[in-house]
Design a protein around this ligand. Structure first.
Ligand SMILES: *Cc1c(COP(=O)(O)O)cnc(C)c1O
Length: 234
């Protein structure tokens, strides 16, 4: 098996290549290392090799690892977030990637206000319309964002996130990423108060190069850095 360092070198090379292909600068693409099920030693090894941002999909797991590793890395919550779990992460997250409903806004606002923090959030948009995927429908996304802008002062919208469909069809994947980019440009044009469209979180181990070609500014890569996940062992 390759080491974490070798894997990281490879992923970075691929990011570089994909960026060059479309005349982008690779420094405009943040590599978010997805550390779900990965143990603390391996995460620390990734950090020693230059990883600045890590993503977890379970709030309690983020909470547990944060208490050991701390603030030397930016913590992202990338998975579906239940309202009753917000309390585990509110004082730890650098960014939440999965804001997709009003009840979650309410809870984040309430908790953030209490600790006097503004929480960076991405709106998760369901472009591919797969049943299993979470995220707000594209057609409802602009109204949702306007509502957050007017009503939730401790939520700072930084951009959009999506998941590609599980398919081998590269063109289908590409069209989902392309559509998210277009949507972010449409929203940016509206100049909504307290809303930026700087971050486009899209692309995982299987498809981050395509995502970069289509404008991703943050790729969420787990398997290609840490190897296949073992869900039994934590
Ligand atoms: C697990 C996960 C990833 C990383 O997936 P890999 O295929 O291991 O790169 C990215 N984003 C989300 C939301 C995830 O849950």
């Amino acid at each position: 098996m390759e080491s974490i360092k070798e894997n990281l070198d490879n992923v970075r090379k691929n990011i570089e290549k994909a960026s060059e292909k479309v005349n982008r600068l690779s420094k405009d693409v943040t590599l978010l290392a997805v550390t779900k099920t990965v143990d603390v030693d391996a995460i620390n090894e990734a950090i020693e090799n230059g990883v600045t941002d890590v993503g977890e999909n379970k709030p309690q797991e983020l909470d547990r690892k944060y208490k050991i590793i701390g603030d030397k890395v930016n913590w992202h919550l990338i998975g579906t977030l239940q309202t009753n779990k917000v309390k585990y992460i509110i004082d730890k997250v650098h960014m939440i990637h999965s804001l997709d409903r009003q009840a979650l806004c309410e809870e984040i606002q309430k908790r953030a206000e209490k600790i006097e923090r503004t929480i960076n959030c991405l709106i998760q948009v369901n472009i591919s319309k797969e049943e299993t995927k979470h995220g707000i429908d594209e057609k409802d996304s602009i109204e949702f964002i306007k509502n957050i802008s007017s009503n939730y002062k401790n939520i700072k919208i930084k951009g959009l996130m999506t998941m590609a469909p599980f398919t081998e069809d590269e063109e289908e994947v590409r069209s989902v990423f392309r559509r998210l980019k277009e949507l972010s440009l449409e929203i940016d044009k509206l100049q909504i108060d307290n809303v930026d469209m700087d971050v486009l979180s899209m692309g995982m181990s299987n498809d981050y190069e395509i995502a970069i070609e289509e404008g991703s500014s943050m790729v969420r890569v787990g398997t290609s850095i840490f190897g296949a996940r073992n869900y039994d062992k934590k």
